[in-house]
Design a protein around this ligand. Structure first.
Ligand SMILES: *[C@@H]1O[C@H](CO)[C@@H](O)[C@H](O)[C@H]1NC(C)=O
Ligand SMILES: *[C@@H]1O[C@H](CO)[C@@H](O)[C@H](O)[C@H]1NC(C)=O
Ligand SMILES: [Cu+2]
Length: 360
């Protein structure tokens, strides 16, 4: 495909992933068919509609997770939300955070294509284009009622009994009133938090344009991209679990989900389809960082195996051999298997991005 050759960094890395046809694997694509992920607003109206209809399809396909009493895992979409809930404490604030989420969204992309006939790549949301001001954030094409994922929920007052601190600048909290999931009281089946019993819920948003402008701008993105090694890079991506020291990861989650929206829920956040556009962009940022020094960064991984276990009291550090599981939706892989997104060998991820961040 011509598109990826135009990328300096992409072309460099793709030499490491020269087409090796892999007979017998239905998952493999040759490098000539690397999927190229694009920014949401650059898709045509038809491409956007095709993506949203594939999301609706996967939301309606019956789950593969074995049934359990009162299971809220109804759909193939729920299979992914469920495994994220189950693993929440093992996949955040750990060395394999980015690797796990890379594998997670690539699995979703593959499900949309293989099970719902979607022919494109997973789109990403480059929030730096919208976080230029609070007004620009609210006007983001991803929130478009017709060609996007719908916008904010109606403003709900803060409940002082909420044990969580209030997200600064949160402005909504109710069910989305426009977009593909408006008026659907049974689009989310799992959560809140770690609950996995069937609880029909609407999709909620609690946008904080303030939080987005603070943590999703090009300044925060450049700070992240300029980190010298993976340990620092990951630390700056995830930030601290404090609204005063967040990073781009929290910026997207709390900027969209605030306190009351699914995106602001550490466990159930993949229940909002915007999750995968946000995580695709985090992945793009990681790939951009890797592409600045591929010989070192295609193998650079560090950080604890257990949540915030920086002193290794509970265990050791993530390595290229650390296993990654997304439950029933794909065979397990290792961190090493997902370090190079352009690897089109047997089982390789085999995608890339149309454009990368560069150091300014
Ligand atoms: C980036 O700009 C925002 C908005 O002005 C500001 O709140 C934030 O502190 C800045 N971040 C960095 C890392 O400079
Ligand atoms: C884990 O990584 C940290 C930081 O690089 C290092 O100080 C520590 O010794 C490592 N722990 C193990 C068990 O290798
Ligand atoms: Cu997550």
């Amino acid at each position: 495909m011509v598109a990826f050759k135009a990328l300096a960094a992409g072309a460099l890395l793709s030499t490491l992933a020269v087409a090796s046809p892999t007979p017998g694997s239905s998952h493999a694509r040759s490098s000539s068919s690397l999927l190229v992920r694009k920014e949401w607003r650059t898709l045509t109206t038809t491409e956007k509609a095709g993506y949203i209809s594939a999301v609706k399809c996967i939301l309606a396909k019956p789950a593969l997770t074995p049934p359990f009493p009162d299971s809220g895992v109804l759909s193939r979409y729920d299979d992914l939300v469920y495994t994220h809930i189950q693993q929440t404490m093992n996949i955040h604030y750990v060395g394999h955070f980015l690797a796990w989420h890379r594998f997670f969204t690539a699995t979703y992309e593959k499900m949309l294509r293989d099970e719902c006939g979607y022919t494109g790549a997973q789109p990403y949301w480059d929030w730096t284009l919208d976080a230029t001001s609070e007004a620009a954030f609210l006007a983001s094409p991803v929130f478009d009622p017709i060609t996007g994922f719908g916008g904010n929920g109606p403003s709900l007052a803060w409940d002082p009994s909420n044990p969580f601190p209030e997200v600064p600048g949160r402005s909504g909290g109710g069910c989305v009133t426009d977009g593909p999931w408006a008026g659907d009281d049974d689009v989310v089946h799992l959560g809140p938090a770690a609950s996995v019993t069937y609880t029909p819920q609407c999709l909620k948003r609690d946008l904080s344009p303030y939080f987005a402008a603070r943590y999703l701008g090009m300044n925060q993105t450049q700070l992240t991209l300029s980190q010298p090694d993976f340990g620092w890079f990951n630390t700056i991506v995830e930030g601290q679990p404090s609204f005063e020291a967040s990073g781009v990861h929290g910026g997207g989650h709390y900027g969209v989900g605030g306190n009351m929206g699914q995106m602001g829920d550490l466990y159930t956040s993949p229940a909002d389809p915007i999750f995968h556009l946000h995580h695709a962009n985090l992945d793009r940022l990681w790939w951009s960082w890797q592409s600045l020094n591929p010989s070192a960064r295609l193998t650079d991984i560090s950080g604890p195996l257990f949540l915030m276990d920086y002193a290794n009291l509970a265990g050791g550090n993530a390595t290229l051999s650390t296993p990654l599981s997304v439950g029933v939706s794909a065979a397990d892989v290792t961190v090493g298997d997902v370090m190079n997104i352009e690897d089109c060998g047997n089982g390789g991820l085999c995608y890339t991005y149309d454009q990368l961040y560069t150091l300014l």
